[in-house]
Write a protein that binds this ligand. Sequence first.
Ligand SMILES: Nc1ncnc2c1ncn2[C@@H]1O[C@H](COP(=O)(O)OP(=O)(O)OP(=O)(O)O)[C@@H](O)[C@H]1O
Length: 475
Amino acid sequence: MEHVAQDEIEDLSLSLPTVGSMQIAGSNGFGHNIEFMSQAYLRNRSSEIDIEVEHDTSIAHIDQPLPIFLQFANVEYKVKINQAFSNNPVKAVVSKVASQFENDNYKHILKGITGSISPGEILALMGPSGSGKTTLLKILGGRLHENVKGTVTYNDIPYNPALKRSLRYVIMSRVGFVTQDDVLFPQLTVEETLVFAAFLRLPCKMSRRQKYERVEVIIKELGLERCRHTRIGGGFVKGVSGGERKRASIGHEILVDPSLLLLDEPTSGLDSTSANRLLQVLQGLAKMGKTIITTIHQPSSRIFHMFEKILLIAEGYPVYYGKVGDSMEYFSSLGFIPEIAMNPAEFLLDLATGQVNDISVPDDLYPPQVTNEREKIVIRYLQHKYKVLLEPKENHQGSKAPEHLQMAVKVRKDWTISWWEQFRVLSKRTYRERCRDYFDKLRLVQSVGVALLLGLLWWKSSTATEAQLRDQAKS
Ligand SMILES: Nc1ncnc2c1ncn2[C@@H]1O[C@H](COP(=O)(O)OP(=O)(O)OP(=O)(O)O)[C@@H](O)[C@H]1O
């Protein structure tokens, strides 16, 4: 499918395809409808297929995204280290009890983080590697509960393990999470990936045509027209570029129109143009009313200014939280000023790691006798300033979500398809994935090659008696 000529791809992308169900004329023996292909694509392969268009005149129904005001206060997270493993139950209990009194047995990853974000805003979580960005993102996305302290509220509804399971499910159905490592099937094309996801995750009340239309909208919104028929790829499978794969992952999540979108390092491994394009996509989504939080590593100056807010974390505690445009002014008011022209993101990361080589610092920062551990002093100083100057402002923000939104976030999203329907879609997806994997040209050539080699080893060998057979097997 990747071999569709370039002009054909462009031609397809120009006309919004109508959609329908198509019958494969015994091409692979599975005897199934391929409902998961747009007609435009299948027009290309009309010699192989018999197209039967489903006439559906209803208008595509897409829920307006429910605005979500996310607030988090004093979020702390710690993990147990050196957890003693013992087969002896008495020892295990003693160690467990002892560890409850020993503070040292825990590694404190987040040490009390407070913030909020409104619909239409993009919050960037920045900080050096290991500062706790992904951990915070997982907590905000409801993916991490154990050993978490503090509160996370969606439209002022606190989200925690004590919440009723059904309500937790309802809230989570409004959250999209794009992980750092893409979890897409390498053998499926971008379009197939989205169509299968649409059939699995969109409400059963939407017709097939509406689901296809939704996929078309997403493909256009994310600029995936040119690679819609290219496999996702990965490992040894050639596929779409890194930026396209990221956009496909985002498409997979925004298909169901989440109100809150969380992304873990969406620009990692992308060149600056692709990263910039991705950020433009996120800006577009934010304008549609979605609340977006993303972790990011060393953004370019241009990308840095595309965020509304940043939360800069150093060793699990914030050193800055607020508007992007105010960040440089805040640090210069503390006495931290770049001495050479610097990308602001680089400047902030230097501060969060305590590396202040090309940065002027307040005169009284280091006590006169101190010559080492200067980095730690910088970090402690900035954390202290945040606690005194910025945290109180954030704590006094109070509730922002109107009452009707508090009610709305509790309303169940109608999107489940029946068990049988899920089974059918999943079987088709697995079948297509496996088929392509097993019948991959490289694999076939490998298998035939190995078979020929083994055949040659045994060719013309005498295997009439058991002794001859044993001799042959040994050689
Ligand atoms: N379950 C765990 N057990 C032990 N340590 C953990 C666990 N989860 C996270 N950590 C540690 O917590 C710290 C923060 O991890 P996290 O993945 O949140 O960092 P990060 O800022 O996202 O880093 P990166 O930018 O490299 O992805 C790291 O030092 C990590 O090793």
